[in-house]
Design a protein around this ligand. Sequence first.
Ligand SMILES: CC(C)(COP(=O)(O)OP(=O)(O)OC[C@H]1O[C@@H](n2cnc3c(N)ncnc32)[C@H](O)[C@@H]1OP(=O)(O)O)[C@@H](O)C(=O)NCCC(=O)NCCS
Length: 151
Amino acid sequence: MIVRKFKPTDLKRVFEIENMSFNQSYGINMFQQLYNMGVGFLVAEDEGYVVGYVLFWVKYENQGHIISIAVDKNYRRHGCGTQMLVKAIGILSLLRLDTIYLEVNENNVGAVEFYKQFNFKIDRVVPGYYEDGDAAIVMYLPLKRGKVSSE
Ligand SMILES: CC(C)(COP(=O)(O)OP(=O)(O)OC[C@H]1O[C@@H](n2cnc3c(N)ncnc32)[C@H](O)[C@@H]1OP(=O)(O)O)[C@@H](O)C(=O)NCCC(=O)NCCS
């Protein structure tokens, strides 16, 4: 498995993975627009087949943001998510940010556990964050001088 930059020819597979992973979709055009905007966009590839993606950017001057991450159902729990998130954090860490944060659906227990493996902490809950009324848990990873903090 390798993690590499997204290419426009990956769009269909990324959209498929998003559809099997989330109830609400950004839509294929949004992925294209995010790519055009130049956000961080990586995919995990297994023997030429795209099995996951991660999108991230710098939202504010000192805050990185994980926009979305997902792995094909058939490839989960094999370290793909870890490899992609490690790479995304590594890239964001080069930018002297204070924190990396993200939102995760309050019912997405598996993803919360996944992020905790990386030392993401729970910051707060935002009621009604998602279109269907579900709350979001905001999680953050403190960085120290651009590096992942050991605290
Ligand atoms: C969250 C997600 C990206 C994780 O990807 P993955 O490739 O399965 O993750 P990894 O194999 O790297 O998991 C690393 C560790 O995280 C934890 N973890 C991952 N998924 C978990 C789950 N469903 N339940 C509990 N712990 C989990 C485990 O500790 C795991 O290590 P282990 O398999 O040795 O026990 C994947 O489950 C996914 O695509 N989910 C649907 C989309 C989603 O929820 N994205 C996040 C939205 S904010």
